[in-house]
Design a binder for this molecule. Structure first.
Ligand code: HEM
Length: 239
């Protein structure tokens, strides 16, 4: 059991991160025409507005919440908020946005499975991905009553310590999870697995979603005339 624990929480995270980064790079390099969110809005707009918006609002909050919540070293936020209070903030905000995301993904799943036009145009990976996200959100929500049994923040500190040890290549990360219950571990395993399958699904659009923020700061496009004697305009205002 210990060796399985060591593999799942000491080695598997690196397998997932490597496949996530290298796989995304290779897909972008070799298969750019498949790099898209594959919207099904043209097939049917119904249910997409509520489903997709609720899902994206929820999941984007959770993404940033997990990233900053787990990876910010304790000493940075300690002067402002204690571990117990941070846990309560994480549970309430994560619970609220997790619920929004869960309702959203349930609508998306229902829409994808019940509409024959969307169903026939769905790849297996589209359906598997929605089920995995549904299960991951359900498991995340299921951790909240368990966390409520120990509000001192000690378990949250261990989980954050595990994530920080992994990204900073420290030994002994799996031991930090010795006391974590199976719901926490299942949620973490599935979370890592979503990174593993990421490059093989429509999830690659998440890179582009974040990348598009660069348009806010990109320099003006310089447009030069090809006709001789026509002075080139300095720049065009359209970004
Ligand atoms: C970075 C910002 C993001 C942008 C700009 C974005 C944009 C989009 C767009 C335009 C679509 C197609 C239309 C639709 O079905 O709503 C889509 C679909 C989808 N997105 Fe995102 N997205 C982002 C982040 C994410 C994240 C973080 C996840 C999950 C981890 C995610 C998962 C999905 C899924 C599963 C679908 C397909 C929904 C369906 O079944 O129709 N997206 N996204």
């Amino acid at each position: 059991m210990t060796s399985l624990n060591d593999f799942l929480f000491g080695i598997y995270p690196y397998i997932c991160l490597t496949v996530f980064l290298l796989g995304s790079l290779i897909r972008f390099d070799r298969d750019q025409y498949t790099w898209k969110s594959d919207s099904s809005q043209l097939l049917r707009a119904g249910q997409l507005r509520w489903g997709s918006n609720l899902f994206h609002v929820g999941v984007l909050f959770l993404f940033f919440g997990h990233t900053f919540g787990m990876l910010t070293p304790h000493f940075i936020y300690e002067p402002f908020i204690g571990a117990g209070a941070k846990q309560v903030v994480a549970m309430t905000s994560g619970g609220l946005f997790g619920l929004l995301g869960f309702i959203g993904v349930s609508i998306l799943l229902h829409r994808r499975l019940s509409d024959p036009r969307i169903r026939v145009n769905s790849k297996t990976s589209d359906i598997v991905l929605l089920w995995l996200l549904w299960l991951q959100l359900a498991l995340g929500l299921a951790t909240i009553p368990l966390s409520a049994q120990h509000l001192d923040g000690s378990m949250m500190m261990k989980l954050a310590g595990w994530a920080q040890s992994i990204v900073t290549f420290q030994a002994g990360a799996p031991e930090l999870l010795a006391e974590a219950g199976w719901v926490f571990k299942a949620h973490m395993f599935l979370g890592m697995s979503i990174f593993l399958i990421f490059p093989f699904t429509r999830l690659v659009h998440v890179w582009s979603g974040f990348g598009s923020v660069a348009y806010l700061v990109r320099p003006y496009q310089i447009v030069r005339s090809r006709r001789l004697g026509v002075p080139a305009p300095k720049s065009h205002g359209n970004r």
